[in-house]
Design a protein around this ligand. Sequence first.
Ligand code: IVH
Length: 670
Amino acid sequence: MMDGIKNRIDALTKELNEHNYSYYVLSEPSISDYEFDQLLKELEELEIEHPELAHKNSPTKRVGGDITKRFETVTHRFPMLSLSNSYSKEEIADFEARVRKLVEGDIEFICELKYDGCAIGLTYENGELLRAVTRGDGTKGEDVTTNIRTINTIPLYLHGNYPKDFEIRGEVFLSLDRFRALNEKREEDGEPAYMNPRNTASGTLKLQDSAVVAERGLDCYLYSLHGKELPFSTHYEALSAAGSWGFKVPKEELRYIERTNSIEGIMEFIDYWDVERHKLPFEIDGIVIKVNSYYKQEELGYTAKSPRWAIAYKFKAEQLSTRLESITYQVGRTGAITPVANLSPILLAGTTVKRASLHNADQIEKLDLRVGDSVFVEKGGEIIPKVVGVDLSLRPEGAAITKYAELCPDCSTTLVRKEGEALHYCPNEYGCPTQITGKMEHFISRRAMDIDGIGSETVVQLYQQGLIQDIADIYAIKKEDLLPLERMAEKSADNLIKGVEASKQIPFERVLFALGIRYVGETVAKKLARHFGSIDNLCLAKFDELVEVAEIGNRIAESLIDYFSVERNRLLIERLKEFGLQLEVSEDESLSRSDKLKGKIIVVSGVFESLSRDELKQSIESNGGKVGSSVSGKTDYLLAGDKVGPSKLAKAEKLGVQLISEEEFLSMIG
Ligand code: IVH
């Protein structure tokens, strides 16, 4: 009996890993999503019943959930060296000539992309992932295996004819799409945007909660193989073989990797990517040129820090200079102040740039930016370009040192900046109009209370008319208050009242997010709601209890303590309770939870019969799935109702995303 179960677990683990490889590495799905789900579900159930038979590299680990409290330090078996960098083609020509002088015979070079992410060393034993270690100081790194297991393009088991024991190295990165989506979310949550995909990728690898890592959607390209007595004589051969074992290696047809015998070939590769890199879905910061033959690599040897058989050519970022006309300040709903550079318009990487982000006061001070300066503007992974430097030789005489804003641009309150924080804040939380209406706009927004029939303009109008002062007042609005408002017809007023009423069913985790507590974004709100179960428990939680929850750091804990220490906030919550909002996790919610949609991304579009769009989204999440906002290659299903969005439909058809009806969806979750 046990043997039968063990065999089934082994077979499912193997089969699911194969399907995963076909889907993510080859982009050729080998099974329908529904069938995949059924198999995964079967495996999950067997693993819950027989945890002792579960594999440490089970495909169920892809969605994360395991927590690492402390990352162990591990000594690298082979030191992780770096490459010598060059910024000019002359240096590349020197490298090529040097190599030719030092070794005899024909030399083949391999040109590769220099992925801009975070280096990782993956050890495999008997075809199974054993350990994943970051670069660290090159001698010792950190064991981040649990987080690495969530990266779909990294195989947990290998196939084909792999060596018994080897290490493979590569670069973990965040695609530009993922990076932008993450920053959009952060901005909405009142958190400072991440600076670039590279830092975000390395930060993500160090997160304690692997479920959050899984959500971020990291990716990985592999670039070198290490081991004793590997059966290859060239780097190219080794990488191709690694591809056949299941790793994501650069594709020759996309020109991500190229073989050449000549300096002209190398230069052509550099020129091609200097232009084309802007079209890549991820960031690269250069090109790597390597001697292909392992034997010749040995002959060339190493300097103290880097191999003599390879060199990196680093691109100069696309920069232009223009005049800084003025610096203005914006205040967000959490009171955070963002300085903005207003520029004399220029055309940069295909778009006209008039404004650039300056991040914070330190940035301005570090660059010593002054109005009238000629500044260098650069476009990175972000949509908004940034100011990266000043051409001091062009500084106009008498240009005044920039004095950072002292007063809020909206309510003129003196700004504050807490020790250790990057941003200035307007402390007039309950009096600054932009913050008040910003909080209301956040409260009613789609991802928060999703109140139909009320938009940002109506909120501002209601506030200006003195009809609402805080978010609780929204629940006290009466139809007769609304009718005298401009552009408010009977029907719109009815809709608004109906929308407000319906929002009382929104589950606790979203109400918590909707409150707009600084640093409490969607993910944090979910974690807190699940951990504490109710707003009352959360309100009573001590600092130590808060930071015990994975991913809740000092900053978030302090912000929560601050929030609940304000009497006004506690009164607001009491009022919301009286109005009947969900301020605890409902029994229903805990009962209707399942993992049936684990790992599935579902986009919801159209009008539905038995459930509202919101309820559908909620049930996707409470059954372990994720709600996607737009149809992409990663979407598993388009849950389509009546009047489904035509562009979503067309995209789903083009990408072969399966359409499901409300009925089918309901039967999927049982
Ligand atoms: S080969 C001896 N190939 O660049 C070093 N590295 O300074 C061998 N990198 O930390 C590295 N793309 O993380 C190699 N195609 C590529 C690469 C690459 C990015 C990173 C790597 C390393 C740094 C070298």
